[in-house]
Write a protein that binds this ligand. Structure first.
Ligand code: NOJ
Length: 555
């Protein structure tokens, strides 16, 4: 099968082939020494990202927020939280990024605000049925005196998706909807004021120089106003990908959301060369592809790919499905293996089974095999970066950083842990501050003696300075891969499967004259050609590609 990801004639369209690096601001670099990362810290470390060779940086939220969900609970969409800095710091970050040739992607959270948002505070003070309440989703409860939640919908983080408020007369009153934590009330997207407000927020950041947006839970804004109960078996919102059997659903992926997508697209189209990427956990990929029709999103995260285990047959099938689905609407596919919501792929691939999303790994769980996980992760990343389309990297993966899978529970911050009473340990393990210098306090993350989540000792050996310039290190591997990807324009190339090399134990394709092969089985001999890069040291001499290794060969 051949699939093209040629640039269209319309403008540069950098997003079709770019590599976008996700910075989790709390955990990237800390300039003010409070143990939490910040914008000045990021700015100082930007040259390292330019040197790595990525094209753009997506920043998880740095807006004003009480930080109940690490910033995905926004109380002021047009300001920076003092934890991270000021608007001036943001402007400097944009200027510095652009001077280094890096685009800036801002994370927009439109499904819900923080309960500390001015409009939610006004809604709580106002009467039921008032315009203030109509900005959110307030309903009367069921039962004789409204003591039962309006529906049985469950929060993604656990527990009911509804919280009851106390009215001005001191009596228990209406309930408001929150698909996530109770401190994250859902906006009412039927209200034109909300539509206008978000158009204006988009323009605010575009005017300040943002090159685009990653849109949080982009498939949840429209709700079924009949508020039906869900089948018990399906009432847990889960947050995982939807399947056809779940559709239509009262709040995930409703058709009306596409109108919102189109409205935002037309706002972005007022500007030059901006792009937006949807975080929409929607399956199958043919349904996900609707999100990237020409007048909707530019990109959507390919969670089908992220979910795929290290398995040659499954990889081939998810890639075929992705290229067909996204190609069918003229969009590039994206590829991603890690982010701030999932167990790092270095650790996932060191387990026999992938933990369900949000479950995480705690000290009481079976621990990943570090060596195996790292070997497979390097091979998987090298394979992914050869694919045509856009790719997403999560901070620390270029170091081969594992999950902090033995984090003590007393440090946990993810609301998932609390709302499930510890049943799910949550996502903190992939959010730990990253190591820069092995022999500095907090491994060079900042000056503070301790960091907001403690770093495990094992991070020392993954520190950037230990890997810098070291042949075969994961950092040098990523740099090489990104350089060659650029040199051969692999992001905007075409994929051709090499049938004789594809099977249960190996997978190979050709893209712009480069053969990309991963071996998942017994050692195998390589096809001839110049080895451009490989995950295996000494490959040139042996000529044998070992198990769980990837090579790029010039044909
Ligand atoms: C998806 C984000 O990636 C996640 O971190 C957050 O908790 C939820 N959306 C709620 O905003």
């Amino acid at each position: 099968m051949t699939t093209t990801n040629k640039k269209s004639a319309k403008g540069h369209e950098w997003w079709r082939s770019s590599v976008i690096y996700q910075v989790y601001p709390r955990s990237f670099a800390d300039a003010n020494g409070d143990g939490i990362g910040d914008l000045q810290g990021i700015k100082k470390r930007l040259p390292a990202l330019a040197e790595l060779g990525v094209d753009a940086v997506w920043y998880s939220p740095f807006f004003k927020s009480p930080q109940n969900d690490a910033g995905y609970d926004v109380s002021d969409y047009r300001n920076i939280d003092p934890l991270f800095g000021t608007l001036e710091d943001f402007d400097q970050l944009v200027a510095e990024s652009h001077s280094l040739g890096l685009k800036v992607i801002v994370d927009l959270v439109p499904n819900h605000s923080s309960s500390e948002h001015e409009w939610f505070k006004l809604a709580l003070q106002a009467e039921p049925g008032s315009p203030e309440r109509d900005r959110y989703i307030f309903r009367d409860g069921k039962g004789e005196s409204g003591e039962l939640p309006p529906t049985n919908w469950r929060s993604v983080f656990g527990g009911s998706a509804w919280t009851r408020v106390t009215e001005a007369d001191g009596k228990a009153g209406q309930w408001y909807l929150h698909l996530f934590d109770s401190s994250q009330p859902d906006w009412n997207w039927e209200n034109p004021e909300i539509i206008d407000e978000f158009n204006s927020i988009l323009r605010f950041w575009l005017d300040r120089g943002a090159d685009g947006f990653r849109i949080d839970v982009a498939h949840s804004m429209k709700k079924d106003w009949n508020f039906p109960d869900l089948d018990e078996s399906n009432s847990d919102s889960g947050g995982g990908a939807l399947t056809e059997a779940d559709i239509p659903h009262p709040f995930w992926n409703r058709e009306g959301v596409h109108d919102i997508n189109r409205r935002w697209r037309s706002v972005l189209d007022e500007y030059d060369d901006r792009a937006m990427c949807a975080e929409a956990w929607v399956m199958p990929l043919s349904r996900m592809a609707k999100w990237v029709r020409p007048d909707e999103y530019h990109q959507t995260f390919n969670f089908g790919y992220l979910d795929c285990p290290w398995d040659a047959t499954k990889l081939r099938s998810v890639i075929d499905e992705s290229l067909a689905a996204f190609g069918g609407v003229g969009a590039p596919s994206t590829w991603v293996l890690s982010n701030h919501d999932v167990v790092r792929h270095t650790s996932r691939f060191g387990l026999t089974e992938n933990p369900p999303q949000g479950q995480g790994i705690g000290p009481e769980h079976k621990q990943p095999n570090e060596k195996l996980g790292l070997r497979r992760a390097r091979a998987a990343s090298a394979f992914m970066l050869g694919l045509p389309g856009g790719a997403y990297l999560y901070q620390g993966e270029e170091l081969g950083l594992p999950e902090h899978s033995t984090l003590e529970h007393r440090y946990r911050q993810d609301p998932t842990y609390f709302r499930t009473n510890g049943e799910k340990v949550g996502r903190d393990g992939c959010r730990v501050p990253i190591p820069w210098e092995h022999d500095k306090p907090s491994f060079g993350f900042g000056e503070a003696a301790s960091t907001w989540l403690p770093q495990p000792n094992v991070f020392a050996k993954y520190a950037r300075d230990v890997q810098e310039g070291v042949e075969g290190s994961t950092l040098e591997l990523y740099k090489k891969l990104l350089q060659i990807r650029k040199d051969y324009s692999l992001g905007s190339g075409e994929l051709h499967w090499l049938e004789p090399l594809c099977g249960d134990s190996s997978i190979a394709f050709e893209n712009n004259g480069v053969l990309i092969i991963s071996n998942l089985g017994e050692p195998m001999s390589l096809p001839s050609g110049e080895i451009l890069v490989s995950t295996q040291t000494g490959l040139m001499a042996s000529g044998q590609l070992e198990t769980d290794q990837t090579a790029w060969i010039r044909l």
